[in-house]
Ligand binder design. Structure first.
Ligand code: NDP
Ligand code: 2IT
Length: 446
């Protein structure tokens, strides 16, 4: 690692020893930036990297709400407004009991570079709460969302900060959040994306992250291996928004998806997973994935989500959560002949796992490039809202496809330009960083 990058990382390690996920993301990024910092001594003179790794603003707040039993519940709320150099802060809200400042900071830091890669004018931010939506009634979800927005609304705006969904925040939650936001500001503004189609949403936003992931991996297979999804056996972890639409697009392109999971376990269906059943269980009934066996008794269910990586496949698409693929799982995938890994989740591979894939010649599509289709389509939603017009599904999907193909080529070219052809991790970090750095340099010290 370049000495300047290494000094910045040491400082972060001293300041934030408990922020494990944040340090993991920062380590990977600073490692990549080393290749560029050697050529730009002027960055150190203005402490560019010290400023890049520190959020512009962190908002932490209490969320008090009343459950169905009349008991008062208290959760923590977060919004990390990380970097607004190239546009308003943009990034999802995550509701999951594991949420803490380290997780929101890692997601926010990744988001800056991801959003830059889309080529659209969006800065980086992320937020959420340690609220656990599982097992809550609809009324409890609504009251929590209203209490959360009761604080957040004053910090966001269509040109300031535009949140969206992430784990635990889907169409239902965005509806409750937006409804309360609209009431508080007394205006119908495009301040959240992933909105319903009746109140300013974009067609294809729901599908965008999963579809975009598959478009990226298809382009990578085509350009780096003269190959495609056709005839491939695919494993998709998770069974939420990203996983479902990754499955759908991979299947449309001729692949067979044989395994999916949730946090309890995974299903294996050698005939190819019936996605209608998954949508029914997950999008309609909000139940556990093992219910799949009630519809398809010939399938298998295994307790524990990690075992999914022992299923033999050509392409692995981790679409659940951070660090779901460790070195042991990476070794199992490689031993079983995996050819490509495309990250739909944010940072689903540990640094050791990602390095192992690359060292073994596996085509590796890192999250901030491969899953950028969701936020890119959020930016398209913002564009439509500003113009008071709506594009057709086909128009949005075509733009998304084009964006993903461009991201792949920008990432590939950056990797080659900096002397590490085929290393899409470095390519993504550097291609994303160049524009942010340019803008920050233009502003002087702010
Ligand atoms: P959802 O809440 O719709 O689905 C999440 C899925 O991952 C569920 O199947 C869930 O299982 C599983 N999961 C969550 N946490 C864990 C865990 N700790 N261990 C095992 N499984 C887990 O979220 P999304 O599909 O929206 O998000 C999935 C990933 O994609 C996240 O990493 C997110 O940051 C990333 N992402 C999302 C985008 C979007 O547009 N939504 C855009 C880009 C990235 P269970 O139901 O049992 O919890
Ligand atoms: O991680 C991500 O890119 C998202 N959760 C989507 C963010 C967005 O603003 O659409």
């Amino acid at each position: 690692m370049n000495q300047y990058a290494s000094r910045v990382l040491e400082t972060l390690q001293k300041k934030y020893p408990d922020q494990k996920e944040f340090l993991q993301a920062a380590t990977e990024i600073l490692d990549s930036l080393s290749l560029l910092l050697d050529k730009h001594p002027e960055y150190e003179n203005v402490a560019l990297i010290e400023r890049f790794v520190e959020p512009e603003r962190i908002i932490m707040f209490r969320v008090s709400w009343v459950d169905d039993n009349g008991k008062v519940q208290v959760n923590n709320g977060y919004r990390v407004q990380y970097n607004s150099a190239i546009g308003p802060y943009k990034g999802g809200l995550r509701f999951h009991p594991s949420v803490n400042l380290s997780i929101i900071k890692f997601l926010g830091l990744e988001q800056i570079l991801k959003n830059s890669l889309t080529g659209l004018p969006i800065g980086g931010g992320k937020g959420g709460s340690d609220f656990d939506p599982k097992g809550k009634s609809d009324a409890e979800i609504m009251r929590f969302c209203q209490a959360f927005m009761g604080e957040l609304w004053r910090h966001i705006g269509p040109d300031t900060d535009v949140p969206a969904g992430d784990i635990g925040v889907g169409a239902r939650e965005i509806g409750y959040l937006f409804g309360y936001y609209k009431k508080m500001v007394n205006a119908h503004l495009g301040t959240l994306t992933g909105r319903g189609l009746s109140y300013g949403g974009s067609l294809a936003r729901k599908e965008a992250t999963g579809f975009g992931l598959v478009y990226f991996v298809e382009e990578m297979l085509k350009c780096a291996a003269k190959d495609s999804f056709k005839g491939k056996t695919v494993v998709v972890s998770g069974s939420g928004n990203v996983a479902i639409y990754a499955n759908q697009k991979a299947t449309e392109l001729g692949a067979k998806v044989v395994a999916m999971s949730d946090s309890n376990g995974y299903i294996y269906d050698k005939n190819g997973i019936d996605l209608k059943v998954i949508k029914q269980i997950k999008e309609v009934e909000r139940k556990r994935i093992k219910e799949y066996l009630n519809y398809v008794p010939t399938a298998e269910y295994h307790e524990g989500c990690k075992g999914i990586w022992t299923v033999k496949c050509d392409v692995a698409l981790p679409c659940a959560t951070q660090n779901e693929i460790d070195l042991e799982s990476a070794k199992a995938l490689v031993a079983n002949g995996v050819k490509a890994v495309g990250e739909g989740a944010n940072m689903p591979s540990t640094i050791e796992a990602a390095t192992y894939f690359q060292q073994n010649g596996i085509l590796f599509a890192p999250a901030k490039a491969a899953n950028a289709g969701g936020v890119a389509t959020s930016a398209l939603e913002m564009a439509q809202a500003s113009q008071r017009i709506f594009w057709s599904f086909e128009e949005v999907d075509a733009k998304l496809h084009n964006i993903m193909v461009n991201i792949f080529h920008n990432v590939e070219n950056a990797a080659t330009k900096y002397g590490v052809p085929g290393n899409y991790i470095v390519g993504a970090n550097l291609a994303g960083f160049e524009k942010v750095a340019d803008a920050m340099m233009a502003y002087g010290i702010v």
